[in-house]
Ligand binder design. Structure first.
Ligand SMILES: [Zn+2]
Length: 138
């Protein structure tokens, strides 16, 4: 009996270890999905900010050149342009720039449906800039 008590004081019993493992498993089951969801909504917010930055750089480009460019590389390093090529933070995909027949530019992310699943609507992840007008200042 004496030997058993001595040995029992040295460590944890199996039941105690199982209880700790169970608590850790419950915490992980709650925390991991929450973490993944937060990562996706952060990527969606960041994607919206990237699209807005591309739109601002395109507006500055159009002010100088008279039309939008569909090549993001033109904007990188340009005056009032972008410091580096922006990519969608979800998977690193490039943004799509397309001009229509009227000269309007649409900036869009290919992951719009994935972003909309975590934040906002798919339409929030594309932006259309109307054709730059002529300077009306005297
Ligand atoms: Zn995106």
């Amino acid at each position: 009996m004496q030997a058993y008590r001595k040995r029992a004081k040295r460590g944890f019993s199996l039941v105690e270890l199982l209880a700790v493992v169970l608590v850790l498993a419950v915490l992980a089951a709650v925390a991991i999905p929450l973490y993944i969801s937060q990562r996706k909504s952060a990527a969606a917010r960041s994607c919206k900010a990237n699209i807005a930055a591309i739109a601002a750089a395109e507006s500055a480009w159009a002010l100088r050149e008279g039309a939008y460019t569909t090549t993001i590389a033109d904007l990188v390093g340009a005056q009032e342009g972008l410091a580096k090529t922006p990519t969608c933070p979800l998977d690193g995909d490039a943004y799509t720039l397309a001009t229509d027949a009227d000269g309007n530019l649409t900036i869009s992310c290919g992951n719009a449906a994935d972003h909309a699943a975590s934040l906002g609507a798919a339409a929030d992840y594309s932006m259309t800039l109307t054709k730059p007008g002529k300077d009306t200042l005297p």
